[in-house]
Design a protein around this ligand. Sequence first.
Ligand code: SF4
Length: 73
Amino acid sequence: MADCRYIPECDFYHDRLDGMPATAEFMKTLFCHKQVESCARYLYQYHKETDEVPRDLMPYEKDKAQQLMDGAS
Ligand code: SF4
């Protein structure tokens, strides 16, 4: 898959979140450039049609993204 469409504004991609994991660069390669639709932040942003992604939502937290989407819709 192509690079994530949200790269320009993504706070995770640009290291703007508190508590960035040590594996962030690996995650960017994996999620942002290869498995975009597996990224929790992508899913949240895509389905909620918002730029306001929770600051503590990490790419690997797909279940948490689903709960947030279910609870807030
Ligand atoms: S894949 Fe996820 S972490 Fe990467 S740029 Fe897109 S929304 Fe951000």
